[in-house]
Design a protein around this ligand. Sequence first.
Ligand code: NOJ
Length: 515
Amino acid sequence: MSAAWLKDAVFYEIYPQSFYDTNGDGIGDLNGIVEKLDYIRSLGCSALWINPCFDSPFKDAGYDVRDYKKVAPRYGCNNDLYRLFGEAHRRGMRVILDLVPGHTSEEHPWFLASQRAEPNEYSGRYIWSDFIFRKTGQLNYVAGESERDGVYVLNFFKCQPALNYGFLRPDESWQTAMDDPDALATREAMKDVMRFWLDHGCDGFRVDMAASLVKLDDEEKSGSSAVWRDIRAMLDREYPEAVLVAEWARPRLSLRAGFDADFCLNDPWTGYPSLMRDYDLDHPEKPDNSYFRRDGDGDIRRFLEPYMAEYESTKELGFISLVTCNHDTVRPAWNLDTRERKLAFAFLFTMPGVPFLYYGDEIGMRYRRLPTKEGGYRRTGSRTPMQWDEGPNLGFSAGCADSLYLPVDPAPDAPTVAAQEGDPDSLLNTVRALLALRKEREELRENANLSILHAEKGEAFVYARGGLLLAVNPGAREAAAPVAAGDRRVLYAIGGGRAEGERIVLEPQSFVVWG
Ligand code: NOJ
């Protein structure tokens, strides 16, 4: 059973480097997040997910942790994070941290000890072979870097050696079983990290690469799932209010493994890319068939088919999280104009599950092609500083422009919070109105039922949440659907629509809620 607070939570994802800098060093900090809590709450968000803010050499923006229990000095100190938890709680908000359980930085003291030739407590904390001049089969590895006579396995980038949780079916002498003391010690070490932050007031974790723990796992990820069930049992006993959100994108597996929610991400099997990102970033000449493009050849069924299969089989178990974007994904302003994004967000925020808003998407921050920063590569363009007002550095920092973590959007019409505050029709205020509607109506809550009433290409798409009828027409022409609205009245609309007896008709680029 998930913590009660999750049932009406809306998350705001913060990339701490780029949110708000209070000490003028050009990089965001934890005190900056505290200062902006009221703003975040004003959007209708009730919880934060903060990307890794721990000590790190930042070869992968902090997903290469060097000390799990220490805030990176550039963001402040542990006490600043404890204060953030307290200030959030005082406002009825929650904070989840990013847990990176599958790997550490190559500079983590556990790894430095593990690299030594002399056997020690950490020799089995990572996955090492007992040979140097052979390959490790399907696993990526690094050879020739260590005093130790063996190669080590990677979880992602070269800077991220894989922690050892064992192999599902070890078949070589160097592969340990899941119940090997070394594999169990890794698991206990990760529980210890979780207890540390939960004891200081954190409300749970977004879990990085959650399915990656056990190596040579089967299709169903039974190995990693078993580890998570054990961790969940610890949380249920000791921290029943703690929430786990998986980066896994397989709700059928992750929710059964004890996660409360799982992201619907850019992996093609989720159907999610067809909504807003059905284009090829490297080939702009190819058509963009995203559903929310006014002129695209999109089809909502490409999303609904995989989504509904997951939703129907997991709705009693937990939540699917739809996101506007995240720090790994191209921002929706890349290919969708403001109206298209309003419609996309209207859809995302009226679906079941726990939604996530990526910082800056509420004002339409742009994706920019930028040189890589901290292992971001093409992701860097979605990680630029938040645009607060028209002041220096768009209000992000009082530091000099060339000291900024990344440059702010130089466009003369770069969107800002200040410019959109007073305009009732702005994207910012549309996001607020949508989240207010979601909060007001029980039918739009995380676990309230969803049913699809009409989904045909080129026609209005109609779905029901409890007794509410919701319809979307992202196209440039009027569109209808054979669904009767009965005596319901319009509760909320972007654009417009009308009920005509046995059908409803939507104006071009419209979204309407009848209730
Ligand atoms: C997923 C994270 O979202 C991404 O930013 C990171 O690079 C990898 N996991 C590795 O930790």
